[in-house]
Each structure stands twice: as C-alpha cells, then as structure tokens.
Design a binder for this molecule. Structure first.
Ligand code: PDD
Length: 287
C-alpha cells in the first residue's frame, strides 16, 4: 500500500507530494510543526498539541491554516489512509507560498499545511527503552525562542548527528552557565539521589514538551515530588536516574552521559514505571 500525505487541501500519494519552491517553509524555515503519537489507533494528547501549534503560530504572527476543529479530522484521515496502528503524525504549518522576500507576504497569502503519518516499530522502541540510551553534551547554540516549535532545526540536526557519531542516542544542550537545557528533540530529566524528579522550567530555554507536561501531571498523581529547576551535567551524571521525554520516544531512560554510566548503567525504576503508565494517562482520540 502506498503512503498518502495531506498537502494544502489534497490527499496525495507520498511520492507525488511536494511543496512549491517558493514555499516559505522551504525558503526560510518560516513555519512551525507538531509531532503527535499514534498508539493502538489512537492519537495522543491532540488538544495539547493543537494548543501549542496555535501558540507557536501566534508568536510568529502566522495565521492558523484552517479552523482548529478541522485539523483533527485530517489527522485521523491521514492515519486511516496510511493504515497506521502505531506511529507518528507530523504536521507543518508555515507562512505560505510567495516570491522570496524576507518581509512577510500580504495577508491574503494562505498559510501552507502539510500532514503526514508514518509507522513506528513498537517492539524495537521497547527494546531500545529496555537498554536505555547514551547522551552527549554539546554547547547550546540555538536562538532564544526555542519555546516556539519552529521548523528551523539546524543546531538540533547537527547535535543529533554528533550524538550518533559518538555512539549515543541524544545530545543535551548546555547553556552558558553550565546547565542542561534540553535534548535535540527531547526534554531532559533526572531523578535525584532522594527520588525527586527534576526537569528544567519551561518558561525559557526549552520547548514545553507535551510529553513533559503529561509526565509532570502523571508523576504528581503517583505521589512523586517534582522540582522544575535547572541541573548541570555533573548533577545528571551523579543522579539516581536520567531520562528524556518526547512524543517520538515517550519516556526513554538515559544510562550514560558523556561516556560515564548513570547509577548502575541500567534503566531506572522511575523512568520504566512512567513509560509503562504513559499511554493510560494520555488523552486519546480514536481514529
Ligand atoms: N521533538 N524539545 C525539543 C527540542 C523537541 O524537538 C521536542 C519534540 C521536545 C519534546 O516535545 P514533545 O513532548 O511535545 O514531543 C522537546 C519532536 C518529537 C520532533 O522534533 O520530532
């Protein structure tokens, strides 16, 4: 079965799905995106993903490409047409197509909207989570509006590739004061020696991850103490546990940081428990 993509009002075979060369996403990375997990034919936390999409667009003065209530209909349609049971939905909204000019196009130019879906291998993901991943640290070199889920991801791309080449699964950005901000495509967490879950506040310096928010709600409900504060890479190396969160990796244990093992080098109990309970505590939209 061939894959189908939604591109500006049309459902197209993936191979034929393309954007115009004057698309501002292509020309300037002038747009935003969301990635939403599909599990057991259900879309997770769509309300929060749409809230963040609206916010990101508002911050960049880009119009919503269509009425908000219509977007989940397309997301569900694209999941169904691609027969995705477990996977990810990607959507990008940008400032539209207009002859290249740094200035915003006229208000009459319609924003672009692209929505795709892909399968993920849940067994492989669980295997990876059972082993945990390594992370490397890299200097923070992104702009100061990383709270916007912009498609402009060059530093993130370079950092992730560097991690891969170092045999690690993720790179953590370190700010000028020596604190971890977040991963190239994940939020960063530790569990302190006394069992407190620690993650950086989302007011600045990181993306407010939907998975992060869900884990905070879930962990609080389970009786964990949570501290939203910055931590250093040294504190992370000495922590009881470390893990990352994202829609694409749920809760993923970190077992090595810059070559040093975290605790006994195996996934921690807290991260493993939070991962197991994540689906049950998420908002679900059946497809
Ligand atoms: N990345 N921080 C960054 C820089 C991210 O790119 C992401 C998500 C997150 C976690 O956000 P959420 O929990 O809402 O997925 C944090 C997506 C998955 C991606 O770029 O593919």
């Amino acid at each position: 079965m061939s894959r189908i993509a939604y591109v500006n009002g049309q459902y197209l075979p993936h191979l034929d799905a393309s954007v115009h060369i004057e698309d501002r996403g292509f020309q300037f990375a002038d747009g935003v995106y969301e990635v939403c997990e599909v599990r057991h034919l259900q879309l997770l936390d769509v309300t929060r993903h749409l809230d963040r999409l609206e916010r990101s667009l508002r911050e960049l003065a880009i119009q919503m490409p269509m009425e908000r209530r219509c977007i989940p209909l397309i997301m569900r349609e694209i999941v169904t047409r691609n027969r995705v049971i477990n996977g990810l939905v990607y959507m990008q909204a940008n400032r539209g197509v207009y002859p290249r000019n740094h200035l915003f196009p006229p208000k009459s130019v319609k924003p672009s909207l692209v929505i795709t879906a892909k399968h993920t291998n849940r067994a492989a993901a669980e295997e990876m989570a059972a082993c945990g991943i390594g992370v490397i640290s890299v200097p923070e070199n992104r702009w100061d509006r990383v709270d916007i889920k912009s498609v402009s991801l060059l530093p993130n791309v370079l950092a992730k590739q560097k991690a891969l080449e170092a045999g690690a699964g993720e790179a953590w950005f370190i700010d000028v004061d020596g604190f971890v901000t977040e991963g190239s495509s994940t939020n960063a967490w530790i569990v302190s020696k006394d069992g407190v879950l620690v993650t950086r506040p989302a007011e600045s310096g990181i993306l407010r991850g939907i998975t992060r928010t869900r884990v905070i709600d879930m962990a609080a409900g389970m009786g964990y103490s949570i501290e939203e504060r910055a931590f250093t890479i040294e504190e992370a190396k000495a922590a009881r546990e470390a893990f990352v969160t994202a829609a694409s990796s749920v809760v993923l244990p970190v077992v090595e940081i810059d070559g040093a093992t975290v605790a006994n080098g195996h996934p921690g109990e807290t991260a493993t428990r939070l991962r197991a309970l994540f689906f049950d505590s998420s908002e679900k939209l059946p497809c």
